[in-house]
Design a protein around this ligand. Structure first.
Ligand code: HEM
Length: 181
């Protein structure tokens, strides 16, 4: 996973729980990476999972809640770092439709060796869509939180239902979203 995601995780823990808590979490980990995480570099997924796992333990929360809240926080950080991707959109659906074909496509050019998820979309009308997520990382609550972050960013509300299922031997997750202003 790219350093930018590690940096956002560090900021998330510092902002919500303080720098001392981040230090406590990192000290309790036996990370493969010994140096500070740098945005465009790639680090083992296992290191991120270990930080998240220790955070969940130390903060006495559960993995799903942590990843969802971290996802929500991440969208604001990603859009602050890459404001050009959000400019020009007013509706969260129109924006979400650009993640696969525009944003992550550009991310592949900006960040070498990116390992990005795959999204497919069903546009079900002005205020309704299904976003289908595939990644071997299976970060379902993280995506759930990112979508909440997008909805908040554009000042909308949404009802969401997620369904995990298997198709052609591959595990997918559908997020059925109904937006309201
Ligand atoms: C300004 C907007 C965005 C930027 C700049 C951005 C960029 C990135 C970057 C750099 C990574 C790390 C890739 C790697 O480690 O190789 C990533 C991962 C990811 N992004 Fe985005 N992203 C954006 C918006 C979104 C949105 C809105 C969603 C979901 C609705 C999303 C879903 C994900 C997921 C789930 C991952 C983790 C990888 C995985 O699941 O395998 N991203 N993104």
């Amino acid at each position: 996973m790219k350093g930018i995601i590690f940096n956002i995780a560090e900021n998330y823990i510092i902002e919500k729980h303080g720098y001392e808590t981040l230090k406590e979490i990192v000290t309790a980990c036996s990370l493969e990476t010994k140096e500070p995480f740098v945005g465009p570099n790639t680090y083992p997924d296992a290191d991120l999972l270990e930080i998240v796992g220790k955070a969940v333990e130390i903060l006495k929360t559960d993995l799903g809640s942590f990843l969802k809240s971290f996802g929500h926080y991440s969208f604001r950080q990603l859009s602050d770092r890459h404001p050009n991707f959000v400019e020009g959109y007013t509706h969260p659906k129109d924006f979400l439709l650009t993640v696969e074909g525009v944003i992550h496509m550009e991310v592949r050019k900006l960040y070498d060796e990116s390992k990005l998820p795959t999204f497919q979309y069903q546009d079900l009308g002005e205020n309704e869509m299904i976003v289908t997520y595939f990644s071997e990382r299976k970060l379902y609550p993280f995506v759930d939180g990112l979508i909440d972050g997008v909805v908040d960013y554009f000042g909308y509300k949404a009802e969401k239902k997620s369904t995990i299922y298997e198709k052609d031997g591959v595990e997918l997750c559908d997020f059925h979203i109904k937006f309201s202003a």
